[in-house]
Design a binder for this molecule. Structure first.
Ligand code: HEC
Length: 139
């Protein structure tokens, strides 16, 4: 059996082999990256940390943050206008301003879905139309 024969024999199975390699890749590398992850890393991680751990008493955590969980629908307005009043997150008071960020409704929806799934561990999901509607009603 020479190499040419082996290749000829395998040819009909190329598609199957490619799919198997793709699935193995997902299994070994975790899942396909969430679309909100890069947006989180660009817009949020410098303050809230790569894993949402926050910074001591200065910047609140996003990981399992009760405040974000209980006020999920307010997040679009916080990202648009910032937050400039004291807040209580997981029993700790924070009072540094968060400034508004320049993000469109698609980026906000992506980052919120990432936040919900990966950091808050909730099943809340939001789409860009819902974000837009909330943004229209921000003070
Ligand atoms: C420049 C630093 C900075 C950046 C960038 C930033 N934040 Fe914040 N964030 C803060 C600070 C400071 C507070 C606390 C505000 C207060 O105490 O009034 C806060 C509060 C919050 C809260 C409410 C408190 C909590 O932990 O539940 C959420 C939710 C939040 N930020 C999400 C985000 C998301 C999502 C992004 C990125 C899209 C982001 N922030 C980007 C500094 C930042």
């Amino acid at each position: 059996m020479n190499l040419k024969r082996i290749i000829q024999a395998l040819l009909p199975f190329t598609l199957v082999i490619v799919v198997v390699i793709f699935i193995l890749n997902i299994i070994t590398h975790g899942s396909i990256q969430h679309p909100g992850k890069s947006s989180y890393q660009t817009n949020c991680a410098q303050c809230h940390g790569d894993n949402g751990e926050g910074v001591k008493v200065l910047i609140p955590p996003l990981k399992d943050a009760d405040f974000a969980k209980n006020n999920f629908d307010s997040i679009p307005c916080w990202l648009k206008n910032g937050i400039s009043h004291p807040i209580m997150v997981n029993g700790v008071q924070y009072d540094q301003p968060m400034y508004g960020l320049k993000m469109d409704e698609i980026q906000i929806a992506n980052v919120m879905n990432y936040l919900s799934k990966e950091l808050l561990n909730t099943d809340k999901q939001i789409n860009s139309l819902q974000v837009k509607e909330i943004l229209n009603g921000c003070n």
